[in-house]
Design a protein around this ligand. Structure first.
Ligand SMILES: NC(=O)C1=CN([C@@H]2O[C@H](COP(=O)(O)OP(=O)(O)OC[C@H]3O[C@@H](n4cnc5c(N)ncnc54)[C@H](OP(=O)(O)O)[C@@H]3O)[C@@H](O)[C@H]2O)[C@@H](O)CC1
Ligand SMILES: [K+]
Length: 495
């Protein structure tokens, strides 16, 4: 079984680095391995010699650049090195790496980018501490404007390692080589787009150290949840595969619930029922076949239906309407302690009322699936939730506050659990930004929870499968297609 991919923040990486040094790999050796990995990557991009310009900065990232420069010269490349800062102020391993470089050192701003086959960006890595200005900004601007492919060392200079944000200006890399583990900025937008494909080089810091110093942040890929993905056995019965209930909106707002219901069925929920307001029964009935239908008149109606304890997962929100009635339905669902997915109107109905969510979901597996707008409306008046620059931090705080798993949607969907675990999704496609796509996602997550997948894994698997389905279709995708693409994705996963 493949192990889940650990993602380490810059500060966790520094600790892992120190631990590796404590256990006997000298810092300069780590830097030499890192620099050699950079040279190997460069060689793959420009094989058999050529002209390489390396821009080195004043910290360890620059040190990696000096090592790579020396290795590439040995391998027959013509290398120019431009340095930013004052050479004799280099300290530690970077100073040692610079001493090993026998070539000339020019100013970074004047490096001969125009003549290069490849630029190596070793200006700043995980130690970036402020926005780029002056000579650093000028150097990045010239690199980006050169038209020459850029290989970023560790991360593109100017990108914040924790948040993926651009700090003033950032290198637009053709590819990136990082060390030991990816950092959040390689998965979060816009950092992901600035990084290009990211290669992770092994520099001898073992997984044991990475897991001890990191261990709570993951890339959302199947290794994280494949082991809990339900696979019906020969003797399984539909009644053992759960029963998902999806609440429908009024007569002119029923499609969202049916999209969620169909997704729940496709992902394997044994039974699925749409709970429909009396006036919408006709329209729902006209469109449902395998999915069952029950009349449900507001919160009292929901309370009555939930007396049937076989209904073990619920979706509330899609097209339910933004009003007190929806808040009352949520209260009934929470009291009933079933697995619950809250989206759209079930979140927006609590605009500015997040305190009602405080600790509310501790007692049953719950997933909240806001996009940024819904998140900000819900947590209006809670600057501690809205302010963090890191999307990971936002989702984590909201999860700790509510007791629910929070799936914060976007091109870089982040899923966070109340216990601090978080995962970043990276297989999304712009085609998923289509009406009803979120309803399908709710159904997938609830359908997994109906089959007893825990909330965090259900949200991670749901987000990945949803994105994979969207990507497999591509242009022209509409939400109705998504549930129909799920079997293909499942076949690939469960083979
Ligand atoms: N972890 C590992 O396992 C390994 C890590 N390795 C490598 O170490 C890198 C991290 O090194 P690092 O900590 O020295 O930070 P780095 O990114 O070089 O920058 C710090 C320097 O930049 C300066 N500075 C900052 N912002 C600035 C700005 N806006 N404008 C101008 N200056 C600015 C800052 O100055 P100060 O803030 O102190 O004034 C300081 O001088 C990491 O990315 C990886 O490549 C490998 O060698 C081996 C194993
Ligand atoms: K860099």
């Amino acid at each position: 079984m493949t192990a889940p991919e650990l993602v380490l923040t810059p500060s966790e990486m520094r600790q892992a680095d120190l631990e590796a040094i404590t256990r006997g790999i000298p810092g300069i050796e780590l830097m030499r391995r890192a620099g050699r990995a950079v040279a190997d990557s460069a060689e793959k991009l420009v094989s058999g010699g050529g002209r390489i310009v390396i821009v080195a900065g004043p910290g360890q990232n620059g040190g990696d650049g000096f090592v790579a420069a020396a290795v590439l010269v040995e391998r027959g490349y013509r290398v120019s090195l431009g340095f930013l800062g004052t050479l004799n102020r280099l300290t530690g391993d970077a100073a040692e790496a610079a001493r090993d470089w026998m070539g000339e050192v020019g100013p970074a701003e004047d490096a001969p980018f125009q003549e290069a086959d490849l630029i190596i960006d070793a200006l700043f890595g995980t130690g970036l501490s402020r926005n780029l200005d002056g000579a650093a900004r000028h150097a990045v601007d010239r690199m980006n404007g050169s038209g020459c492919p850029i290989l970023a060392v560790d991360l593109p200079s100017g990108i914040d390692g924790d948040t993926g944000e651009v700090r003033g200006i950032a290198v637009k890399a053709a590819s990136t080589v990082t060390f030991a583990a990816r950092k959040p900025c390689h998965l979060l937008m816009p950092g992901r787009a600035f990084s290009g494909p990211v290669e992770v080089a092994d520099i001898g810091i073992g997984r044991e150290i990475l897991a001890a110093k990191g261990g709570s942040l993951f890339a959302n890929n199947p290794a994280l949840w494949l082991h809990v993905l339900p696979k019906p056995g020969l003797s399984s019965h539909k009644y053992e595969r759960g029963h998902t209930l999806v609440a429908s909106g009024g007569a002119t707002r029923t499609g969202a619930a049916r999209l969620a219901a169909r997704a729940a069925l496709r992902i394997g929920s044994g039974l699925v029922t749409v709970a429909s307001p009396p006036e919408a029964i006709g329209v729902n009935a006209a469109h449902l076949t395998a999915i069952m239908l029950k009349g449900c008149d507001g919160p009292e109606g929901l309370h009555a239906i939930l007396q049937d304890t076989r209904l073990n997962a619920l979706v509330l929100g899609p097209a339910l309407g933004v009003h007190a009635g929806t808040r009352a339905m949520v209260a009934v669902a929470v009291q009933a302690r079933r697995s619950l997915v809250l989206d759209a109107d079930a979140l927006t109905s609590f605009e500015g009322l997040a305190s009602e969510f405080h600790g509310a979901f501790r007692h049953a597996p719950t997933v909240l699936t806001p996009h940024d707008g819904e998140f900000n409306r819900l947590f209006k008046g809670h600057p501690d939730m809205i302010d963090p620059e890191s999307k990971i931090e936002k989702a984590r705080r909201a999860a700790a506050y509510t007791g629910a798993v929070v799936l914060l949607k976007g091109a870089d969907t982040v899923i966070a659990a109340p216990d601090g675990r978080a995962a970043i999704n990276e297989n999304g496609t712009p085609y998923l930004a289509t009406a009803g796509s979120g309803d399908t996602l709710c159904g997938l997550i609830a359908g997994l929870m109906a089959q007893n997948v825990s909330a965090f894994e259900a949200a991670c698997a749901g987000a990945w499968i949803h994105a994979e389905a969207g990507a497999s279709f591509g242009p022209g995708l509409i939400a109705e297609d998504l549930a129909e693409l799920v079997p293909g994705v499942l076949r690939g996963l469960l083979k």
